[in-house]
Design a binder for this molecule. Structure first.
Ligand code: PEP
Ligand code: MN
Length: 277
């Protein structure tokens, strides 16, 4: 049985001649046979921290580096990110390792600064329906990684992608990052079902973030495997050299050693579903 979405969603859905969008980021293709693994800390905290993480995840086989410089935090007392200084550190890490960089932009007025340093603009879950921000990144030449809002339906998520496509930016990567449910033992519930569902409906690449999706480091590798088995085009994984000292999301961050193991663990799953790492 086909699952139908609102006919008013036009650009984000598959149609004749538009079955699959491949997004070029440097030498990488997102949405192709290769599963793209984006790894790095929740927040860029210092030069040593981001460089050490970048070097290590690259050696383990990551495709891109992540790290937040502008952080959406629940409380104003929490670490808010290093801002432009953090962007400079990410650019330095890219320079040294060759890994393209993904970082979040929270406000339309910051897009110009963030796009000067990053390879991909991340729209966070809390901003999925920040329409002025969606319209602003629609005018950017950089690809956009659009996270699903944790209380958003799949149609609302595709509607947010529609804004970016409609505004002229065709390079949208969708990221499932967990939704709110009644469960208390995990931070969110990773909606793995969204992966095959959206891959059937949309031509856009879909990646999965099992770090925010679970909220616990011990659940990251098993759910990374589940995501790839379900057809995800990539993963976003929070990695920190010392999670206990992390300024944000330490509980869900895995160590560089655990990341190395995760890359080994997902390999047979990727191979089994006809993908490569
Ligand atoms: C993040 O990637 O660090 C982040 C804040 O994610 P989300 O927007 O999915 O909560
Ligand atoms: Mn985080």
């Amino acid at each position: 049985m086909t699952i139908f979405v609102s006919p008013r969603i036009k650009l984000a859905v598959k149609r004749e001649g538009k079955e699959k969008t491949l997004i070029r980021v440097g030498e990488l293709l997102v949405g192709g046979e290769k599963v793209i693994v984006i790894a790095g800390p929740c927040s860029v905290e210092s030069r040593e921290q981001i460089l050490e993480t970048a070097r290590s995840v690259r050696l383990s086989g990551a495709s891109m580096l992540r790290g937040g410089a502008f952080k959406p935090r629940t409380l104003p007392y929490s670490f808010q990110g290093l801002g432009e200084e953090g962007l400079k550190l990410l650019a330095e890490a890219r320079e040294e390792t060759g890994l393209p960089v993904v970082t979040e932009v929270m406000a339309p007025q910051d897009v110009k600064t963030v796009e000067a340093y990053t390879d991909i603009l991340q729209i966070g879950a809390r901003n999925m329906q920040n329409f002025p921000l969606l319209k602003r990144v629609a005018g950017s030449a950089k690809p956009v990684l659009l996270k699903r809002g944790f209380s958003s339906t799949i149609e609302e998520w595709l509607g947010a992608a529609e804004y970016i496509l409609h505004g002229g930016n065709q390079d949208v990567i969708l990221c499932e990052r967990g939704i709110r449910t009644f469960t208390k033992l995990t931070r969110f519930t990773l909606d793995v079902t969204a992966v095959p569902l959206v891959k059937n409906l949309s031509h856009l690449p879909v990646i999965v973030d099992p770090s925010h999706g679970t909220g616990h480091s011990s659940l990251v590798s098993p759910m990374a495997k589940a995501a790839i088995a379900a057809g995800a085009d990539g993963l976003m994984i929070e990695v920190h050299p010392n999670p206990e000292e992390a300024k944000s999301d330490g509980i869900q961050s895995i160590t560089t050693e655990e990341f190395q193991k995760l890359m080994k663990d997902i390999y047979p799953v990727a191979t089994a579903v006809g993908r490569r790492l």
